[in-house]
Design a protein around this ligand. Sequence first.
Ligand code: PLP
Length: 388
Amino acid sequence: MIRTEDKLMMMPGPVEVPHRVLMAMAKPMINHRSKEFSAIYDECQKISADFFKTKADNISIISGSGTAGMEAAIGCLNNKSDKILAIDNGKFGQRFKKLAGKYGTVVPLEFEWGKSVDLAAVEEKLAAGDIKTIAMVHNESATAIKNPAPEIGALAKKYGAFFVLDVVSSLGGDDIRTDEWGVDIAVTGSQKCIAAPPGIAIVSANERALAEMENVTTRPYYLDLVAYNKSASKDLKETPYTPAVSLFYALQEALRIMNEEGLEKRIERHYLMTKAVRDAVTALGVEMFPQLNEVSAYSNTVSAMKAPAGINGEDIKKAMNKRGIIITGGQDELKGKIFRIGSMGATTPTNIMTTLAELEQVLCDMGVVDSPGAAMDIAGETMAKLYE
Ligand code: PLP
């Protein structure tokens, strides 16, 4: 999409929201315990199940951001004495660690932010025994690394652990195979690759996870997935508490748009746009931030670049913002060291080209690039298929 207002959102969420989705939110209120709402809930469940690649019909749609989904997953599955292996190689893995400490007994497994998950280290923790749940982020938006979900799923199976996977910044923009990978609970959010406004979390839980939740006495009240599932299993599907009806209108429209584009095409578009960013910045002499290993990959939906020597990443962000392109910097310990560009949701190749053209100019002004011109050619070549 091309925004006609003054700023272009190129962050790793929230992202630009298509006009159709914005307009959907302007519809009048309906009774949230009615046929009309039930139909919306049902359609959102069905389309999202296709994108989760799950046969589970226990998809809960919560009025709350992605973190609400993360908290629901961890809190509903674990009692305080249960050990949760929380894999932390970025800001959102760290969030799982904090949640695990609140609801269970956290067993942290930390990797320097920007580094990849080491499977041997994961297995060592599992072999030490007694891990009930593994929690990991699939697409670590803070560092732009894709973590090895299928491999961790296989380890979870081997050691009989539950597997909770955050797909907040990848569902709708990358291949998620919830059932095939052995993910017991997968969580996503509305404001990233789905391209709806922030405020909705979607949680897919399988039968095994739901059965286990019955044994958990400290499940959160508002975020109780058992209650969500019960309400969604009625003849008229509903939520336990009053949902953010306008956001459901938006979600329904955004999911319809995803369906119209189709899963494979949408993933390919995300892949090529993100690769175009990598190819272009690399040609400009900027280094990618992630340190990959044999089981990790560059994110399909966001790119993280090292700030060039002598330049503060925040200054790149500010200069881009002045040019009307909203990108982000690093979080916490990465502030100033990196800058990040999202290529999520309804973002178009044209949006990517515009962003790269402005970035090249910013880097030129900062003395990093000699003469602008190369980035767009390279990005255009990478994305050529999208123009066919
Ligand atoms: N997980 C990942 C990978 C994210 O990128 C984010 C948000 O940036 C979250 C979780 C948290 O989601 P929210 O900010 O919607 O609560």
